[in-house]
Design a protein. Structure first.
Length: 248
C-alpha cells in the first residue's frame, strides 16, 4: 500500500512549497544542531537531505520506496549537494551499524507507522552517544473527538495513514525509549482545501467526500486544525512539532 500510494504521491509531495520551503526545512535542521563533521540520516523527497548536506559532512537518505528515492536523488543534483548517499530500506531494520550516525531524523513519516516505538528504538540503536534523534510530524488535538475526526479525514485522504497522535503520546515514546525529554519546537503548516485535494489520492478517488469532511470542520473546528472559510476558500493549518533528544 505504501509503495503504491507514495509511488503516485512522490512528485506532488516533493513539489509542495509549504512542506519544503527553506523556512520549514530550517525549523528541522536548526533544531538538530548539526556540526560540520556530522553524518545524518534523513529522507523523503530529498529536500531535508539537501538542507542538511549543506551544513555537515554527509547526508544519507533512506526511504522504503524507489519513487521517493528517485525524487530525492533528482533534487540533490538540482541543489548541487554531492555529499549524499541513498539507501532503500526499512525503518524497523535500518541497514547501519550500531552508534554509526550523528543525527537520525524522521520527518512526516511517524503517522504511517504501526509501531512507532519500534522505529524509535531502531533510530536510537544507530545513533552514537551524544548524537541527536529528531522526530517531526503533525500532531493531533488533545481532544479525543477532534483527534478522531482529524484521523478519519486523513485516513480517507491517504490510505497509508495509521494515526496522527497527540503530542503527549509522542513525548511518552521518548520516555519509553529511555531517552531524555526532547526539546519541542512547534510550528504550523498552512493548507488550502482545493490545493490539498489536488495533491491527494483519497480512498475510492472520492474527492467529494474529502471536501465534505474538511468543510464540515469549519463551524466548530471539529478537527482541531483551525478550519475557516475566507470568501469561497477554506483554509486550515496542520500543527507540527519537531522533537529533538540527545542520546546519552
Amino acid at each position: 500500500m505504501i509503495v503504491d500510494q507514495f509511488g503516485r504521491q512522490a512528485e506532488l509531495f516533493a513539489g509542495s512549497s509549504e512542506l519544503h520551503s527553506e523556512a520549514a526545512l530550517s525549523v528541522l535542521v536548526d533544531a538538530a544542531q548539526p556540526t560540520a563533521d556530522n553524518v545524518v540520516l534523513a529522507c523523503g523527497p530529498g529536500t531535508v537531505v539537501a538542507a542538511f548536506a549543506r551544513r555537515l559532512r554527509q547526508a544519507v537518505g533512506l526511504d522504503a520506496t524507489d519513487a521517493m528515492l528517485r525524487q530525492a536523488q533528482k533534487r540533490s543534483v538540482e541543489r548541487s549537494v554531492p555529499n549524499t548517499a541513498w539507501v532503500l530500506g526499512d525503518i524497523y531494520a535500518l541497514p547501519f551499524g550500531a552508534e554509526s550516525l550523528d543525527i537520525v531524523s524522521c520527518r512526516f513519516a511517524l503517522h504511517h507507522l504501526r509501531r512507532p516505538e519500534a522505529a524509535l528504538e531502531e533510530m536510537k540503536r544507530v545513533c552514537r552517544p551524544d548524537g541527536r534523534i529528531v522526530l517531526c510530524d503533525a500532531v493531533a488535538s488533545d481532544d479525543p473527538a477532534k483527534a478522531a475526526a482529524f484521523n478519519r479525514m486523513e485516513r480517507h485522504r491517504d490510505s497509508t495513514t495509521v494515526e496522527f497522535r497527540p503530542l503527549s503520546f509522542l513525548l511518552r515514546l521518548f520516555a519509553q525509549a529511555r531517552l531524555p525529554a526532547p526539546h519541542v519546537t512547534a510550528f504550523q503548516v498552512p493548507a488550502e482545501r482545493e490545493e490539498m485535494i489536488s495533491r491527494s489520492f483519497p480512498a475510492g478517488d472520492d474527492r467529494a467526500l474529502l471536501r465534505h469532511m474538511i468543510d464540515a470542520s469549519v463551524d466548530a473546528d471539529t478537527m482541531g486544525v483551525n478550519a475557516r472559510r475566507v470568501d469561497d476558500i477554506v483554509r486550515f493549518a496542520y500543527p507540527w512539532a519537531v522533537r529533538v533528544a540527545a542520546k546519552s
